[in-house]
Design a protein around this ligand. Structure first.
Ligand code: PTJ
Length: 245
């Protein structure tokens, strides 16, 4: 039991969620390393949402609302940390949810599918290995996607994603929104809209904004997307990382 007054309470609770997910068999061993990497960057960002992330959250939400077919890609880590928020964001933005695992096993897919069911989400995609298609015929496990989901989507939201996969998605012409605490990662660098923030803060902010921005006109949302430079935003995000003495 972690006492609520522990100075690192929030961070330790997230670790507990990651450990529990691993014990339950759906979080990859490397997922624990990925989490530690994220923790380090979050620490350097001051464990708060930085100005540039508020901007990319706004643009990311606009992009999801404008999409013809948007999909939120889920894996072991984001399921462990943000399952309820992912479902809420999908419902508000009319996005589908698809399981996409780097370390794919039938067992992990089945546990994640059942967890989403437990939280009231029944139509998760990407569960049937045989029905997966290869994006642009690229013969790599990183290029697989379900026909009804990522394969035919125009906008994909990824988090804790691997760089190869993000690159394949962007090269295939899809707009990729990435949530990644490391502004230097290949995912952060190759996505169209990068949100340098922790998913546990970013997704609730996206939900709140989506509720408001649903009322805005398409023209207004399009202007937000067109005026955005991911390169500039990432450069400014890097400046937020300060090593405090
Ligand atoms: O569940 P699977 O099989 O798909 O495996 C997924 C992992 C996470 C193991 C895989 O995608 C992986 O190895 O990821 P990487 O290459 O370590 O990248 C994870 C990125 O997410 C790193 O840049 C981390 O800084 C970042 N990150 C970690 N935790 C968070 C995060 N970004 C946002 N929120 C977090 N909580």
């Amino acid at each position: 039991m972690i006492p609520k007054n522990h100075p690192r309470y929030e961070s330790l609770i997230l670790r507990e969620k990651i450990k529990k997910a691993h014990k339950e068999g759906y979080l990859a061993e490397s997922g624990m390393i990925a989490h530690g990497r994220g923790e380090a960057f979050d620490y350097l960002l001051g464990e708060k949402t930085i100005e540039t992330a508020y901007k990319s959250i706004e643009v990311g939400v606009a992009c999801l609302l404008l999409a013809k077919k948007s999909v939120i890609s889920v894996n072991g880590n984001n399921t462990a940390l943000a399952i309820e928020n992912i479902i809420e964001l999908a419902n508000i933005t009319n996005s589908k949810i698809e399981i996409n695992l780097f370390y794919r096993t039938a067992k992990r897919v089945s546990i994640i599918k059942d967890l989403f069911k437990k939280y009231g989400y029944y139509n998760i995609l990407g569960t049937d290995d045989e029905k997966l298609k290869y994006i642009n015929s690229i013969d790599s496990p990183r290029a697989t996607a379900s026909e009804k989901g990522i394969y035919s989507a125009d906008v994909v939201l990824v988090s804790l994603e691997d760089g190869d996969r993000t690159e394949i998605l962007t090269k295939s012409g899809k707009k990729v929104i990435a949530i990644d605490l490391n502004p230097l990662s290949r995912t952060a660098q190759t996505a169209d809209i990068t949100i340098v923030d922790n998913i546990v803060r970013a997704i609730p902010l996206m939900i709140d904004l989506a509720k408001k921005y649903k009322l805005k006109s398409d023209d207004c949302l399009k202007n937000l997307v067109n005026d955005f430079s991911n390169e500039d935003n990432l450069k400014s995000s890097l400046k937020s990382i300060e090593i405090k003495e």
